[in-house]
Design a protein around this ligand. Structure first.
Ligand SMILES: Nc1nc2c(ncn2[C@@H]2O[C@H](COP(=O)(O)OP(=O)(O)OP(=O)(O)O)[C@@H](O)[C@H]2O)c(=O)[nH]1
Length: 316
């Protein structure tokens, strides 16, 4: 279950609900989530811990009179159809688990394209929850006239509640999407304070941040079976008033082959250094702390096929 430190009473003018973002890999789900949650840097709440392995982002649009809408976003790992090993089974279960109890599903595809992998994701969505079709990467569609027949066909073949051609990289589109989502969320009080961004622990944020830098800085070369494990996460209070607390983090990047290890380390250690610097800088902003980040790279051949080990790395 998602965290619901719930005050289920209805508050006039307030809406709140869960929104899942689903779609096959690389359609722009994370980009969309980040854009929807916004760039506002905020403290992370320690009060609620979800047991499911997924990222939750929170966006609150508050009016001057205290009314407004709180969107609690659920991101899901890319739905993997190519290889059916233990890691993929775990990811698929997460997709299923995340969409069963939400108020609204954003199903992301690339505008103008609907492949068997997209159809597979749709087939997992089940009934009863409204689904918006997000036709993302509209900026890549050079002949807009081609999109109309595609949209018509999508409307004919599926019972989507709304259709939204857009670009996750366009702020106006993102705003329109938030407005479109509002009416699907029930009238009830917010679950979180207006300024909260996520309910995941800082330890989880640390592993996600290192992971994000790892994949961004190695491009397409590194297989998705590589993962990040946080070995140590220790906090020290500020020494003096006005100073920030200190967070010491040790992270291990686990890869499958020696070649991948070399790729992560880079020429004379350049790449791992850059991954570490960028992750540390981002974490310092996110956590409002001074961060020491120590990183290791280990080769664990075949770990993606080993159920127990997949679990021990934090996937359910
Ligand atoms: N041109 C364009 N590119 C986009 C847009 N949205 C996302 N992208 C790019 O598409 C690529 C994939 O985006 P992600 O957000 O990582 O996609 P994802 O669906 O989360 O991918 P997985 O984590 O593999 O499931 C990145 O290179 C993004 O910069 C968009 O609206 N327009």
């Amino acid at each position: 279950m998602p965290p619901m430190p719930a005050l289920p009473e209805s508050v006039p003018g307030r809406r709140c609900g869960l929104v899942a973002i689903v779609g096959k890999p690389n359609v722009g789900k994370s980009t969309l989530l980040n854009a929807l949650v916004g760039q506002k840097i905020s403290i992370t709440s320690r009060k609620a811990q979800t047991t499911r392995h997924r990222i939750t982002g929170i966006r609150t649009l508050e009016q001057a009179d205290g009314t407004g809408t709180q969107f609690v976003f659920v991101d899901t790992p890319g739905f993997q159809t190519r290889h059916a090993n233990a890691l993929n089974r775990s990811l698929n279960k997460t997709v299923l688990g995340a969409v069963g109890d939400v108020d609204l599903i954003l199903f992301v595809v690339e505008a103008g394209s609907f492949t068997p992998a997209d159809a597979k994701v749709v087939s997992l969505l089940g009934q009863g929850i409204p689904v918006l079709l997000i036709a993302n990467k509209l900026d890549n569609v050079h002949r807009r006239a081609d999109l109309a027949p595609w949209l018509a066909k999508m409307q004919q073949d599926h019972a989507f509640a709304e259709y939204m051609p857009m670009s996750a990289k366009n702020a106006g589109d993102v705003r329109r999407l938030l407005n479109l989502c509002e009416k699907f969320l029930p009238e009830q009080n917010w679950w979180y304070d207006a300024e909260e961004l996520t309910d995941r622990s800082e330890r989880f944020l640390a592993s996600e941040t290192v992971r994000e830098k790892l994949f961004r800085l190695t491009g397409d070369e590194l297989p998705y079976t590589s993962t990040v494990v946080i070995d140590k996460f220790e906090e020290e209070p500020p020494q003096r008033k006005g100073q920030k607390r200190l967070v010491r983090i040790a992270a291990t990047i686990v890869v499958e082959r020696d070649g991948h290890k070399a790729m992560v380390i880079g020429d004379k250690g350049e790449r791992i250094k850059r991954i570490g610097t960028e992750a540390r800088q981002e974490l310092e902003k996110l956590m409002d702390a001074k961060v020491f980040l120590e990183m290791w790279v280990k080769v664990r051949s075949g770990w993606a096929d080993d159920e127990a080990r997949v679990r021990s790395f934090g996937y359910e």
